[in-house]
Ligand binder design. Structure first.
Ligand code: F6R
Length: 254
């Protein structure tokens, strides 16, 4: 994998935004549209602010961009301020010219009996759009990507996992207290894009910042490929992966 270490989170976010803008530009030139996989969480907030600023400045249009978000809590209403749909609205969708019907976020209101159809449709749409030009990722402190959590299954099984309903890992739920305010209020399940779709992206940009990520970043990049650290599976497609880190997150890379 390519690893870029920036002096701070602000600079790392700028590099990530530049790479997304460059991907949009080149995909539009070659195919007339750009298909982006997007992430939520604390890490990419400045990336989206940066993309919105580029849009306001006039250089970047999302008219021909199609987006697929990694995940969504389940169940949750899209208008709930804690939903990832509303996160995307606040940080990006309401700030750029992305047509509403080109922004895909998994639907936390689908009745459970229809979840499999919904998630399978999500995967079909990505495929029908020609696959993801770029997937933006963050990493959980337990090594999750999207909400593909550490699990006891083989690397081959994990790598083939489609978009689906999952239970959140205890570390993920603990970190979500930051958003939900109270451990009892954390929604314990989510819909997540599968590792299969993530690893199929033509470019993968992993952004990790801050000292809390240093240990897991080192495990994912330098440790064995193991389903105990889902982000380590990125090593299997290393030629398409760029890790953008700030110095604190890179501190244990050696
Ligand atoms: C969010 C997502 C998660 C986060 C990860 C890091 O859509 O898929 O995998 O990227 O939990 O979250 P932050 O950035 O809040 O540390």
């Amino acid at each position: 994998s390519t690893v870029i270490v920036c002096p701070n989170a602000e600079a790392a976010s700028r590099v990530a935004a530049e790479s997304i803008a460059a991907t949009i530009d080149s995909a539009l030139k070659s195919r007339g549209k750009a298909i982006l996989g997007l992430a939520t969480g604390a890490t990419p907030e400045v990336v989206y602010a940066n993309l919105a600023a580029r849009h306001r400045a006039g250089g970047l249009s999302f008219q021909k961009v199609v987006t697929y978000n990694l995940d969504e809590y389940y169940p949750i209403q899209p208008i709930d301020p804690l939903s990832y749909r509303s996160y995307m609205h606040r940080h990006l969708f309401s700030r750029v010219d992305l047509p509403a019907n080109q922004a895909h976020v998994l639907d936390g209101t689908v009745p459970e009996a229809f979840v499999r159809e919904h998630t399978a449709e999500f995967d079909r749409w990505i495929e029908a759009d020609g696959g993801l030009d770029l997937q933006l990722l963050g990493i959980g402190r337990n090594g999750h990507i999207g909400f593909n959590e550490p699990a006891e299954w083989s690397v081959a099984e994990a790598a083939a996992a489609p978009t689906r309903l999952v239970e959140l890992h205890p570390v993920t739920r603990a970190d979500a207290v930051r958003e939900f305010g109270d451990a009892a209020k954390v929604i314990p399940r989510a819909l997540t894009m599968g590792v299969k779709q993530i690893l199929s992206a033509r470019a993968i940009v992993m952004l990790a910042t801050g000292p809390r990520k240093a240990s897991i970043v080192a495990q994912a990049l330098r440790g064995p490929v193991t389903t105990a650290v889902p982000a380590s599976l990125l090593q299997t497609v290393a030629d398409r992966v760029v890790w953008i880190l700030d110095e604190p997150a890179a501190a244990e890379l050696g």
